[in-house]
Design a protein around this ligand. Sequence first.
Ligand code: HH2
Length: 287
Amino acid sequence: MHVAHELPLGRGGEVLAWAGPALVGVLNVTPDSFSDGGSHGSVDAAVAAGAAMAAQGALFVDVGGESTRPAAKPVTEVEELARVLPVVEGLVRSGVRVSIDTRHAAVAEAAIGAGAAIVNDVSGLRDPAMLEVCVAAGVPVVIGHMLGDPTTMQVDPRYDDVVAEVGQYLRAAAERALAAGVPSVVIDPGIGFGKTLEHNLDLLRATDRLARTGHPVMVGASRKGFLGRITGVEEPRERLGASLAAHLWVARLGAALLRVHDVEAHRQALAVFAALAAGEGGEGRDV
Ligand code: HH2
């Protein structure tokens, strides 16, 4: 029932393979991320939190040093590096597979040097050097869609057809990246990155259309603002139920990777999901 996914990791021929939706743990080492900013008071605490996510079943842990929440202030690359590098090093030393969540090629390059195995770029390869870094290092890249940039992206975002436009952007960027020589790509519709509530819902509903491009699809709805608008829950950390609902929906539509803050709760939800999916397609007679 579950679709098999493969992500060649480049050098050394290692291939990350999994079936159905897998979890990516969110580890923000920022003072200002919208839901977990300032959660990890020290490098050791951040490494322990990331290691716990891996132990709970995260396929990899996504380390970020710059908040990209709406209206977030950009940080300097020096600051971003100072935040992420010790945490990437600590996690890699503990045997945890790491992706680096950055829009900046210099940060990606240094994090790869410290052992990061995947680059996660929410800006969809806007830094002209990003692709070169990924190709030179031979690491896969997650290509996200973002309209505008975080300072302004939520100011009246507009599309004629959000699914078609985001899909075309991602398909073209993925093809460009593969043609340039990255070992593999993941595409991500960028929930909340220059999207209204309706745009986010349309994109989540269209996960199957994105999956039909043949590229693994990552979805990150965890704790995001649109879930607060739907449920009336103001505090992002209290949006777990809402996050689970969104992620199970896209899991059913073929999402390969779910980027989540609450790994253990999602592990449980996906275990039940998998058990139910395994018995699907039985006889449809009335009881
Ligand atoms: N969302 C965020 C950050 N990185 N990467 C991908 N691929 N997809 C996403 O949807 C995505 C992402 C924003 O969430 P978070 O990291 O929790 O917050 P902040 O940007 O405030 O650090």
